[in-house]
Design a protein. Structure first.
Length: 111
């Protein structure tokens, strides 16, 4: 019975561990995405360029419960007037998971 139990654990446990590792590996990384998508051409970590700094965005939206979805939409669809006269262009190539990964990175306390 013990031998059968161990085999069952291996048969179920190993695929579950592998599936979890694959899911983790496929989670977009906001820091890498920000470089890949050239976000840092307009945004800097701690100073205003064409757009607001990452630190300013984090400060403004840190306690807003709706910020994650709202900022993800702004990344994908663009926006105008939130930070002055320079519009945020739409990034239609960014999917939902990537947009949320970017927002999670922006709103994280430390980079």
């Amino acid at each position: 019975m013990r031998r059968c139990g161990r085999s069952a654990v291996r048969a179920v446990g190993i695929p579950l561990v592998f599936a979890a590792a694959c899911a983790w590996a496929q989670t977009p990384d906001g820091a890498n995405l920000s470089r890949k998508l050239n976000c840092m051409s307009c945004h800097a970590a701690d100073r205003t360029l064409l757009g607001p700094s990452i630190a300013d965005i984090r400060r403004r939206y840190a306690n807003d419960p709706d910020a994650r979805d709202m900022l993800a939409r702004k990344i994908q669809k663009g926006s105008e007037g939130s930070w002055g006269s320079v519009p945020m262009p739409a990034n239609t190539q960014v999917n939902d998971d990537e947009a949320h990964a970017l927002v999670d990175w922006i709103l994280a306390p430390q980079h």
